[in-house]
Design a protein around this ligand. Sequence first.
Ligand SMILES: *[C@@H]1O[C@H](CO)[C@@H](O)[C@H](O)[C@H]1NC(C)=O
Ligand SMILES: *[C@@H]1O[C@H](CO)[C@@H](O)[C@H](O)[C@H]1NC(C)=O
Ligand SMILES: *[C@@H]1O[C@H](CO)[C@@H](O)[C@H](O)[C@H]1NC(C)=O
Length: 354
Amino acid sequence: MHLSSSLLALVPALALAAPTAESFDTTPILPDGLPYPTPEQLQQIEQAAHGTLPGLPLPTNASAVGITNLQLLAFQEHVEVAFFHQLIGNITRNTTGYTFATDLEREFALRSLSTMLAQDELHALTANNALQHFGIPAIEPCRYYFPVTNLEEAIALATTFTAHSLAALQDITERFAANGDSSLARIMTGIIGNKGAQQGAFRIYQDKYPSELPTLTTTDVDFAFTWSNSFALPNTCPNLGDIKLRIFEPLNIVTRPEARTHKIQVTWTHGPDESKESLLWVAYINQHNVPIVAPVQVVSCDGSKSTAVVVVPYDEFLMNGLTVMAVVNRRGPFANAEAVARATVYGPALFIVE
Ligand SMILES: *[C@@H]1O[C@H](CO)[C@@H](O)[C@H](O)[C@H]1NC(C)=O
Ligand SMILES: *[C@@H]1O[C@H](CO)[C@@H](O)[C@H](O)[C@H]1NC(C)=O
Ligand SMILES: *[C@@H]1O[C@H](CO)[C@@H](O)[C@H](O)[C@H]1NC(C)=O
């Protein structure tokens, strides 16, 4: 199970025994008939989302890169739909750890989350409908596991995956634009705004100012695929192999990064060739800046587990908001997030400062 890959210090006790696919029942994974709602179910989703699916006609064809983008978007949105559905269930049932100080707060949270759930369902359907329009099979949901057991952890995780979705949607948009899929690029920007508003609400709940950064951190589609897949139970994604993107080996952050330059500890499980462990660096993707590279100091190699110390150069680069971190096999310099992904051995690990 590699969900610990990216889950950072938010949820430190990740090594706990995660359930296996077999321990789950066969009830639908996603609500409201997703990924194939009936017309009546779609109408209910649109009512709950306070709006409709995009209605403008789609182009007649899309590029191969554009198809991969749509597959990734559906895959990523399914994780979010499953998460919000579970979270709403926990709050509705008054599960321990999911209660509120007042009924007013509880009611507002449920209303807000139900709207977000329905909006994310429409994002998933937007992607899957477009795939089917282009003659490509829809992406089916996996079975998921979320390493959270109370409201604070759940919102911290939601903030992290929403921040990374916002990062991924930037990469998706550029790839659409660069491959002649301009009308699909426009739809992505509409979705980005919606998720930015969701993110602001989560941040307010965490007592942070709602607008994270002037220019939100970007990422690469391979990192987005790896991160989304880290919530899927192994061998439960029917068309994982259809999505022509990479899945990297996990990287775990042990020390929660803070708003100052300091050293943090990270761990990973290395392959059979231990000699390669001495030729590693860490790259940080933050905002729209040139990726920052820092040396990796491996402090122990215990069996197949490597523990290393790296500097987070916060002060020099004002590394607020989301940072996407990866262990890479060359020193760089890296032109952008894609170049980091091409050199990645372990990652991504995500952290949010401020
Ligand atoms: C769609 O097909 C037309 C005609 O074959 C082609 O010129 C165009 O490049 C295609 N669009 C994309 C996004 O691949
Ligand atoms: C819902 O609550 C259960 C039981 O505490 C927990 O295992 C699960 O991770 C929670 N899910 C979310 C999304 O909060
Ligand atoms: C949960 O608690 C609220 C009060 O905060 C109550 O109105 C509601 O009926 C409870 N729901 C269940 C399923 O216990």
